[in-house]
Design a binder for this molecule. Structure first.
Ligand code: IMP
Length: 192
């Protein structure tokens, strides 16, 4: 079975590829010749996942799934949330986003945060959503070289390392996207 994962992010693609059963051939947006930056204009994480999956189905005709993720920080009333990718502004880097978040969190004692991922799956006749959440804390400085995005400043609950210090397999086991992916995989396995 061939499925497109609607992403240009090579790290994310690799994380997800490791989780999928071998009978699924995963293709990225680059693999299908889609170089577009798909607009993420919804004001919810679910809405953006659906927009991305619709874009691939409508314009390229592939069965696909798309994910959208947000980092919600309690002390900041849920920010950056749906705006996580462009928290420091459009065309800013993950380093800029982390720097802004660390600055906003300076002096905060409540550092509780969560990542949430929604995956929208579009098969021929089915459209299904899967959600995954991981609880944790925003650290006071960046640690670790692995992962991507906010990984160097997010320490999952029950661990003394950030996502960027944990291996991909440990991260996949406990992460927001890993949890949503497990549901997606179970669903795909049970398809007739
Ligand atoms: P997107 O929905 O995957 O584009 O992610 C939105 C924002 O959250 C981007 O800034 C990503 O870098 C960040 N992000 C997504 N997934 C993760 C993750 O697993 N760890 C750290 N940051 C992430």
């Amino acid at each position: 079975m061939e499925l497109v994962f609607a992403t240009h992010n090579k790290n994310k693609f690799k994380e997800v590829q490791l989780l999928l059963p071998k009978h699924i051939t995963l293709r990225s947006l680059d693999d299908i010749g889609c170089n577009d930056e798909i607009p993420e204009t919804a004001d919810t994480i679910e809405g953006n996942a659906i927009i991305k999956a619709n874009y691939v189905t409508d314009n390229y005709g592939y069965a696909c799934f798309a994910d959208d993720t947000g980092l919600m920080v309690d002390a900041l009333d849920g920010a950056p949330g749906v705006y996580s990718a462009r928290y420091a502004g459009t065309n800013k880097s993950s380093e800029d986003n982390m720097d802004k978040l660390l600055a906003e969190m300076e002096g905060q004692t409540n550092r509780d945060a969560r990542f949430k991922t929604t995956i929208a799956l579009h098969l021929e006749r089915q459209k299904v959503l899967f959600n995954g959440i991981v609880l944790g804390e925003i650290t006071t400085k960046k640690s670790g070289k692995g992962g991507f995005g906010y990984d160097p400043i997010f320490r999952p609950k029950g661990y003394d390392k950030t996502f960027a210090e944990l291996s991909i397999s440990v991260k996949n086991e406990i992460s927001h996207r890993g949890k949503a992916m497990k549901q997606l995989i179970d669903y795909l396995k049970n398809l007739k």
